[in-house]
Design a protein around this ligand. Structure first.
Ligand code: RIB
Length: 303
């Protein structure tokens, strides 16, 4: 089995729940304030580790109370933290999240995540069969350095370009599998995409990002996912579930996909597996703590 390496963000999510989201300039009463481990990198690493892949996280924490709590939580999930540095010059990444009606709004203050640098990704030793995963809550120069090392070692690279931001062709050329949602796909391709659009429309947009061997995977929430493999769409049907909090569902999909590919699964199986894992995640509050176990996913797949 290969190993999953995630270079990415680690945040404390400060979550306020309310009956609806406030409008700009409006104050409303919320119902609860909750603290959950989060950050796209940490969420993806927790998902991969809980689903059975040996997983190493590369990132930074501040030397503060949130940093200590996050380190303890991540270690308890079985994530290898040998390459997570404590950073005295910055606070631990923090996300301010409002959850209402299962939907969220998020403001991320990167803190130590902004200091994850190319030197931080120079130490871990990757090998053929490993999976290197990253997202856009750490600097792009670091991701480029990380993927160059991964490619040189024969590992597979997965980029989740979230939060959506344009990026250069040098980085795109280093990506084997691009996993993004319809908003991110719309921003990167300059198209106005809606979650109600046809599969053909998503496949068309995805084609403009596909390289010769690059796979583009568009996550479509309750509609499942669409992957473009050698220009042909592969559709994974969604699952009808009662969502209570979608925070971290995309991260769950990415971590689950990485765990299955590291274990040698086919892409088709890994995508279906990731889709089921994400459908479990949305039925729970919080990001990292809502990642499912391998037994939970297996139960649904075998049902
Ligand atoms: O993708 C969800 C994550 O985005 C949250 O955990 C929050 O920390 C932000 O990074």
């Amino acid at each position: 089995m290969g190993r999953v390496f995630v270079a990415g963000s680690i945040n404390m999510d400060v979550v306020a729940t309310a009956e609806r989201h406030p409008r700009v300039g409006e104050t409303i009463a919320g119902s609860a304030v909750l603290y959950f481990p989060g950050g796209k990198g940490a969420n993806q690493a927790v998902a991969a580790a809980k689903l059975g892949a040996p997983t190493t996280l590369i990132g930074r924490l501040g030397k503060d109370a949130f940093g200590e709590q996050l380190r303890m939580f991540l270690a308890a999930q079985g994530v290898d933290l040998s390459f997570v540095k404590d950073t005295p010059d910055a606070h631990t990444g923090t996300a301010i999240i409002t959850v209402a009606d299962a939907d969220n709004t998020i403001v991320v203050v990167p803190g130590a995540n902004a200091l994850v640098c190319p030197d931080d990704v120079a130490m871990p030793v990757l090998a053929k069969g490993d999976i290197a995963v990253s997202q856009f809550e750490i600097p792009q120069a670091t991701i480029t350095a990380f993927f160059k090392r991964a490619r040189a070692a024969g590992a597979t690279t997965i980029l989740n370009p979230a939060p959506a931001r344009k990026f250069d062709n040098e980085l795109l050329a280093l990506v084997d599998i691009l996993v993004l949602n319809e908003t991110e796909l719309g921003l990167l391709t300059g198209r106005d995409l809606r979650d109600t659009d046809s599969h053909n429309r998503f496949a068309d947009a995805a084609r403009s990002l596909a390289g010769r061997d690059r796979i583009i995977c568009v996550t479509l929430g309750k509609r499942g996912a669409l992957a473009l493999v050698e220009s042909e769409p592969l559709i994974v049907a969604g699952r009808e579930v009662e969502a209570i909090d979608t925070t971290g569902a995309g991260d769950c999909f990415v971590g689950a996909l990485a765990s299955q590919l590291a274990g040698g699964s086919s892409l088709r199986h890994a995508l279906s597996y990731a889709n089921v894992a994400a459908s479990i995640c949305v039925q729970r509050m919080g990001a990292a703590p809502s990642m499912p176990t391998a037994a939970e996913v297996a139960n649904l797949l075998n049902a």
